[in-house]
Design a binder for this molecule. Structure first.
Ligand SMILES: [Zn+2]
Length: 727
């Protein structure tokens, strides 16, 4: 395997989707393969007694490779080193005692060679096991100088990591998956160690802040923490490439929600320091919408680059030794593939390191289906985009600060609305926003982006002036770069209204009266003269050039609430109208819709109403009434549309998430979603603006009826893909 230059690689990839065998050796494994597995033992994740020789004694590189080949896995990520043990003959890290004289890495590499199965080594940075026991000087320190049980990335740990990767490189492996470069999942934050202090003063010519001060000093500290992660990743990347240029390097990524500043990663800055980026999804930890969002988020960081998402086998979490039903794993696998991800199934073995035969039967079914559908995924399939959703890391850091949900809720709600409404989505980022990226989106949606910089405002103005369409919600544009409230919105001229005040309540309501004109589109399917809850931030605007629709209401406050004797947990009824609900402003050749409330925040939270989502949908349909592809399908079905690689060809993917009813788990109201066991039957309608010449479903059981540019389908599966020829 050798690496070709990127333009050539992309050319090959377009061909590769048609001719997978011929060019298989000319592109890196991560550019051409769709699905593989990560296999690691269960039993040392919380520490391990060296006398426990039953741990991982059957963890066999040979058995694992044979299972990969039998199941049709296209690459293997094998556990090489965690924070307790090395699973090979290491001279620099303690070897897992249960292995005896066996060397799992050697077994895996030797067994994989005849099959040309790429072997990638999973190598842990994170963890408070042997490195911190042997080297307490590697520990982070808090602002008071007290040690934190995490590795400081500016400490001498790097030299140990280099020694470990050098040992593993000697085996002739194809890549490293390095997990993970976090600086902790919450307070106490680091690091104020001597090495960090020296480095900080060198970079900024100032001492570190005294603590978490949320001022200019803390702004430099956040920058320093981000740069610490980046420097560490670049150093180990270059070290590995200097020894073996063809060895791939990817880092487990945490620049995405629900993770915030505390981990030391930005969405774009830390996404592509390696050859590709790897993220995690999972109903168990992040909800069923996270599968789609993770793929879209990673893709959006740099749409030209490959990305990987891992899913896992357990019904509850990693290492739990349960196995999800086939349909549940199929849903997640095809949801990822249809958004352009490479997908890795994480398999955590039983304590002794053996393999679960039933799990491997299911992986085999999934991998065989992926192989049969190979022509419908991968590079060369260009995602169709209708709405670009803007993500502002500055809002995450400086508006939401230590309550990240304050910003993630409008962002999550935006994704949820677009998912339910089958509006093809791309994520745009403040870190690398360009006019070119904006122009590719018929509508750009800013959900609750409280901080919008002057440079971003200038780009948005240019985009709208030449015909772009903007949807704005909640507190977008109402805070300065340090998160302080502004007296005037940064987007005043785009919105065409003056900011009067921000409501200090979040149980706000909206309603619409009357019929006719633009109101019919903006308030479609929403009952009239019926104030309904839009739980979230709201802004009172006074129109200057905008046209105003509907009313925004502040809530009743009971006398007990006014006296401070009753809380605000339960939303109250609406009291009086304080401003318009929606503003529409024509700006240059384009148009802006501003929703003065936060329907996206509402649907991501506990009291979301259907009408909240409809208001978002209506805003987008009003701005872009004739999309290239319009899809109607049930809310439990996600769709994705791609163009190419064949000329005049669209693909519409359907992934059905039909979760089963569930009990409460543990304490009420905690509920874990039920697993998918059925293949649902559902109908959908697709309208293609360019017209339709031919429709080819993958499944023989799919019924297709064509009426001019409209296609009616009935599907009875968790995943289906329709190939639509438009000429
Ligand atoms: Zn440090």
């Amino acid at each position: 395997m050798y690496l070709v230059s990127r333009p050539l690689a992309i050319t090959c990839l377009v061909l590769l989707s048609v001719l997978p065998v011929v060019f298989a050796d000319t592109v890196p494994w991560y550019d051409s393969l769709l699905v593989g597995m990560e296999v690691g033992p269960t039993g040392a994740q919380f520490g391990s007694d060296r006398a426990d020789v039953k741990y991982a004694y059957r963890f066999s590189g040979k058995d694992i490779v044979e299972a990969q080949i039998a199941a049709g896995s296209q690459y293997l990520v094998i556990w090489g080193k965690d924070s307790e043990y090395a699973y090979y003959d290491s001279k620099v890290a303690p070897k897992c005692p249960g292995l005896g004289t066996r060397d799992v890495l050697r077994e895996a590499v030797e067994a994989a060679k005849p099959h040309s199965l790429p072997v990638i080594v999973y190598c842990v940075v994170q963890g408070n096991g042997y490195p911190l026991r042997d080297h307490p000087e590697f520990k982070m320190k808090d602002s008071e100088g007290r040690p934190i049980d995490r590795i400081c990335l500016n400490s001498g740990f790097m030299e140990h990591l280099k020694a470990v990767v050098d040992e593993m490189l000697a085996y002739g492996i194809q890549g490293f998956h390095i997990d993970m470069l976090d600086q902790g999942f919450g307070p106490p934050y680091g690091c104020w160690c001597e090495a960090c202090r020296v480095r900080f003063e060198k970079d900024y010519g100032k001492p570190m802040p005294k603590g978490v001060t949320w001022d200019e000093d803390w702004d430099r500290m956040l920058e320093f923490r981000y740069n610490t992660c980046e420097r560490f990743e670049r150093e180990i990347y270059q070290h590995i490439k200097g020894r073996q240029a063809t060895c791939s390097v990817d880092f487990n990524y945490h620049g995405n929600p629900p993770f915030s500043f505390e981990l030391g990663q930005r969405p774009v800055q830390h996404a592509h320091i390696g050859d590709f980026v790897t993220g995690e999804c999972g109903v168990w930890g992040f909800g069923a919408l996270s599968t789609s969002l993770e793929a879209l988020f990673l893709r959006g960081t740099d749409p030209g680059r490959p990305f990987q998402v891992v899913l896992q086998r357990g019904v509850r979490s990693y290492h739990d030794q349960t196995t999800r039903p086939l349909q549940d794993m199929r849903w997640e696998m095809f949801s990822l593939l249809m958004h352009g991800a490479q997908a890795t199934i994480v398999d955590k073995t039983p304590f002794d390191g053996s393999l679960d035969p039933v799990a491997y039967e299911r992986y085999g079914e999934i991998f065989r289906e992926v192989a049969a559908k190979r022509a419908h995924f991968g590079r060369g399939h260009v995602p169709l985009v209708e709405a670009g959703v803007f993500f502002s890391h500055r809002t995450r850091d400086w508006y939401a600060r230590e309550t990240p949900r304050k910003y993630f809720e409008p962002f999550y709600g935006a994704h949820k609305a677009l998912f339910y409404e089958h509006i093809p989505t791309e994520i745009l980022f403040d870190e690398n926003l360009t006019l070119e990226r904006l122009r590719k989106c018929p509508v750009v949606y800013l959900p609750g982006a409280a901080i919008v910089s002057q440079a971003e405002v200038d780009l948005l103005r240019a985009y709208v002036r030449e015909g772009g369409k903007l949807l704005i919600t909640g507190e977008t544009g109402t805070h300065d770069r340090m998160g302080a409230p502004l007296s005037e919105s940064a987007l005043t001229d785009l919105i065409g209204a003056r900011l009067v005040r921000r409501l200090d309540t979040d149980d706000n309501h909206v309603s619409f009266s009357g019929e006719g004109g633009e109101l019919d589109a903006l308030a479609k399917d929403i009952p009239r003269d019926w104030p309904y809850l839009v739980r979230g931030a709201a802004v009172v605007y006074e129109p200057t050039t905008a046209r105003a629709f509907g009313s925004l209401y502040r809530p009743v406050r009971s006398l007990l609430q006014q006296q401070g004797k009753e809380g605000f947990w339960l939303p109250q009824s609406p009291e009086e109208s304080v401003g318009p609900a929606v503003l529409v402003n024509d700006f240059g050749k384009g148009r802006v819709v501003c929703i003065a409330a936060a329907p996206d925040t509402a649907i991501a939270g506990e009291w979301g109403m259907t009408e909240d989502r409809l208001l978002i949908r209506n805003g987008i349909r009003f701005l872009n009434p004739d999309p290239a592809v319009h899809i109607e399908a049930p809310k439990f079905v996600e769709t994705a549309v791609t163009g190419g690689p064949e000329p005049g060809t669209l693909r519409v993917h359907f992934a059905a998430y039909l979760s089963t009813p569930q009990n409460t788990a543990k304490e009420r109201p905690l509920t874990v979603p039920g697993l998918i066991e059925d293949t649902p039957i559902f109908r959908a309608r697709i309208e293609v603006a360019d017209g339709v010449k031919r429709v080819i479903p993958f499944n023989a059981s799919t019924h297709v009826k064509r009426h001019g540019p409209a296609i009616d389908v009935q599907i009875d599966d968790v995943h289906e893909v329709l190939v639509i020829r438009t000429r």
